[in-house]
Write a protein that binds this ligand. Structure first.
Ligand code: ZN
Length: 850
């Protein structure tokens, strides 16, 4: 369907802009319903451009007046913007427009959130503020004057003059319009400062509503750590006198890297021990770092067009992953990233929404801020680093910044710096950017007379619009273990470039046990015939922490699939091996907590589907529950001991060591409660002095069906904390029994605090519903219907969040005829709705098309 949509934009159609911008001057006269935006833009013909067509983007603007070099003009207003006869020489275009921030519910452009003014321009929101060439390859310095009686007036760059009712800002660094930002409101700052490596002072400010001033300290520390880390690791220094971050409650995404003025979803920055969990703290640290790192990877060097989105996002995610690994644990971070990639990106790659990391076309670019662009994009950067080595990587990055500073570039430019810095030909490697789908790597082994041979064969299944897949360059990190558990061949990286390739290891005394794809060295699915004994052996002996964890995961998955498909009982061998591993005090508690997490329901459904069968969501749910019970039964003593001996005492700290212990004790608690009841959880709930312990205990109790009193108490305690209440809404749906999930979600939509126009609150309920796999896919279809009803309600107000949440339906083709019919019915009902947004119609169209 997308193929025929007349609104489709193609990468191959890229042409340079007709005019470039030398300078932008903006004046904002803020008023809730009638804000005036005055612009003065200095244009000059682009020598690289073929045409002199002067077109400016603009959407939902009321044009008051326009001038060309001071003379009044009447531009032709056309679909999506305006046209004007412009000279083939430099000129200044000026305009005055009126916009209505108060009625901007899409949260794109200039809008109001809890009484403050704020903006969101990426990707194409600046055109809702004024007429402009709203494309990332047009970069210019911006000067901004804000007129308003709000006490705090902020924009990009360095502060200029300010006085009664106005403030001016200048950003000397040329930037695309998508990095523009403005904030005006009654805010207070948590302030600090940072001295850069060359000795410049930077004023750091985190702006929040007064009630939230106590939730800023952690974000500020994370910012300073990020700034230092980027200097030490990449040699990148901050480049303005101030760095401002603002927290807003209504935001479609996590946060936005606007130059010198990051705007954050309050959930991605505000934290206190009482209100935020360990996971929240870690996420906040990572997002602060991510947005800060964009200052170089995204802002100083930006994207030529939106097809190159992974250029900034894949690289910046990779950088924030490195940072989190350095701050916490590389092993655990790698496991968490692999779990996310498999749960979300493999799921995307295996369904109707699969697309290359660099897509070739889109209808609405907002639909391409995906796990594929972000997380698989980061995996590609990681593979590049693995292939060229740490030194080659650093050389390439230095060259990238040196050559492209101040430019808007492409993936080809990015790969070229690697080729030049390292001498490596990346022609075949580039396929990672334009071929969609997850490669499967099949393993065959041979052993004869001291010679061990690994034969690897790769294949990538077809994805929408791409049926003929070429072989990829796949770095496969391998180590070999002796049967006694010693490592005989330490990790080496095999480069799989052909469809099928053999790698020989000579001079071995005994047939080794291979440990393949160590450190999850490539975003592929490994297909390996392995006995449970071998897996248990690797779980016990592998020196690579990722594969040690992976072996446990493989055992769990195999056992669960046997339970679901063959009606087997829980595998005692697995449980005993797991018990030995989690009791091993030489292992990091955070790592052991990951060992206790079973493969998710969605992952199992995909595995069953790929094996040619039809997954039954209820059977999958029940098998996981049965295995959890069996683990709790057989490992009761071990788990109880872990729970008792790893409790954190003393004041709460979100640092990795304590967080890992809490992760382990809470994983143990959740299992133990299955066989030993809710007493421990009730006691933990009562004694908790931090949100991690409180919400973990509440989750256990709700799952047991014993949490009514605590749910009520929690609501009374936290009624006035929006971020905490999101947890309260989400937990009830997420922890609900499958058959009850949709009903509970529905009931919560009638709660007086269900502010459905707030994306965080909407997602709390419906994200949790979609995440309760068996509940969402309950055969009644109640979950499907409820979600579709609410998506249709939200779409006219907020297309971006609506479109994103349609992804809950993306796995529909896996299921039985009954469920397929129900989901298809809902998708068609949405698709056929009059006036459906472009965002949602593209997503639903793609899901129905393939
Ligand atoms: Zn980003």
């Amino acid at each position: 369907m997308t193929q025929h949509d007349p609104r489709t934009v193609y990468l191959k159609d890229y042409t340079p802009p007709a005019y470039l911008v030398d300078e932008v001057r903006l004046t904002f006269r803020l008023a809730p319903h009638a804000t005036r935006v005055l612009s003065e833009i200095r244009f000059r013909p682009n020598p690289e451009a073929a045409s002199r067509d002067f077109f400016l983007h603009g959407e939902g603007l009321k044009l008051i007046s326009a001038q060309l070099d001071g003379a009044k003009v009447e531009p032709e207003l056309v679909e999506g913007g305006l046209r004007l006869d412009a000279p083939d020489a430099p000129f200044t275009f000026a305009a005055e427009v009126e916009i209505d921030p108060e009625n901007n519910t899409a949260l794109e452009g200039l809008y109001r959130s809890s009484g403050m003014y704020c903006t969101q321009c990426e990707a194409e929101g600046f055109r809702k503020i004024t007429y402009y060439p709203d494309r990332p390859d047009v970069m210019a310095p911006f000067h901004v004057r804000i007129e308003s009686d709000a006490p705090v007036l902020l924009s990009n760059g360095n502060p200029g003059e300010r006085g009664e009712g106005f403030a001016e800002w200048s950003d000397p660094w040329p930037k695309p319009a998508y990095l523009f930002a403005l904030v005006a409101g009654d805010l207070v700052a948590h302030s600090d400062s940072f001295t850069t490596m060359s000795g410049r002072e930077v004023a750091l400010k985190l702006w929040v509503r007064e009630a939230d001033i106590g939730k800023c300290a952690f974000g500020m520390e994370a910012l300073k750590k990020s700034m230092r880390w980027d200097e030490e690791t990449y040699g990148r220094e901050y480049d303005l006198d101030v760095f401002n971050i603002v927290a807003v409650d209504d935001f479609n995404m996590g946060a936005m890297e606007n130059k010198g003025l990051n705007i954050f979803n309050s959930s991605a920055v505000l934290a206190s021990p009482e209100t935020a969990t360990d996971a929240d703290f870690e996420r906040i640290e990572a997002i602060i770092a991510h947005e800060y790192f964009h200052n170089w990877t995204g802002n100083r060097v930006t994207c030529r067009d939106w097809f190159q989105l992974c250029l900034k996002e894949g690289l910046t995610v990779f950088r924030d992953q490195q940072f989190t690994g350095d701050m916490r644990s590389h092993a655990v971070k790698r496991i968490d990233d692999a779990m996310l990639l498999r749960a979300a990106q493999f799921r995307e790659d295996n369904g109707p929404l699969a697309h290359p990391v660099r897509p070739e076309s889109f209808v609405e670019i907002n639909n391409f801020y995906t796990v594929t662009v972000y997380e698989k994009g980061a995996e590609i950067v990681g593979m590049l680093k693995r292939l060229v080595g740490d030194e080659g990587y650093r050389k390439a990055l230095d060259l990238y910044f040196e050559r492209h500073d101040g430019q808007a570039v492409t993936i080809e430019d990015w790969l070229k710096v690697f080729e030049e810095a390292t001498g490596r030909d990346l022609g075949q490697f580039a396929r990672w950017y334009h071929q969609a789908g997850t490669p499967r790597v099949h393993v065959a082994e041979d052993w004869s007379e001291g010679r061990y041979t690994l034969t690897l064969r790769q294949e990538t299944p077809p994805t929408p619009g791409q049926s003929d897949k070429q072989p990829m360059v796949i770095p496969v990190a391998v180590g070999l273990l002796n049967p006694n558990g010693d490592e005989v061949v330490p990790t080496r990286v095999l480069e799989l470039t052909e469809k099928e390739q053999s790698f020989a290891f000579e001079g071995l005394a005994a047939r080794p046990v291979p440990s393949i794809l160590r450190g999850f060295s490539a975003p592929v699915i490994l297909r390996q015939v392995q006995t449970d004994e071998t897996r248990a052996f690797l779980l016990a002996h592998d020196t690579d922490p990722f594969n040690k964890w992976e072996a446990g995961r493989d055992l769990a998955r195999a056992g669960l699939l046997a339970m679901i498909e063959k009606g087997d009982g829980p595998d005692a061998g697995y449980i005993d091996a797991l018990g030995r591993a989690v009791a091993d005090e030489s292992l990091d508690p955070a790592f052991r907590a990951r060992l206790l997490a079973l493969p998710g329901e969605d992952e199992l459904a995909q595995a069953i589907f790929e094996a040619g069968q039809t997954p039954d969501p209820t059977a999958i749910f029940e098998a996981r529950e049965a295995l959890r019970h069996a683990i709790a039964d057989r490992l009761g003593d071990v788990l109880a001991r872990l729970y008792d001996t790893h409790q954190v005492t003393g004041p709460y700290s979100p640092e990795a060591g304590d967080a890992g212990r809490r992760a382990l004790t809470n994983a143990a608690l959740s299992l133990l409660s299955l066989t030993q009841g809710g007493d421990r959880a009730r006691a933990q709930y009562r004694e908790a002095d931090n949100m991690t312990q409180q919400i973990a205990a509440l989750g256990v109790l709700v799952k047991l069906g014993e949490g009514a009193a605590e749910l009520k108490a929690f609501e009374d305690q936290w009624r006035h904390e929006r971020l905490v209440m999101n947890k309260w809404f989400g937990l009830q749906v997420g922890a609900a029994k499958p058959e009850a999930a949709a009903g509970i979600a529905e009931e919560l939509t009638r709660h007086p605090d269900f502010d459905w126009k707030n994306p965080n609150r909407f997602r709390a309920v419906f994200g949790a519903l979609a995440g309760n796999t068996a509940g969402f896919h309950d055969a009644s279809g109640a979950g499907y219907r409820l979600l579709a009803d609410w998506l249709l309600k939200l779409d006219p107000l907020n297309p971006q969040t609506t479109a994103r949440m349609t992804q809950a339906f993306s796995t529909w083709k896996r299921y039985d005829e009954g469920r397929k019919r129900l989901i298809r019915g809902e998708l068609e009902r949405i698709f056929e709705t009059q006036g459906l947004s472009r965002d949602t119609s593209e997503m639903v169209g793609r899901m129905l098309a393939d």
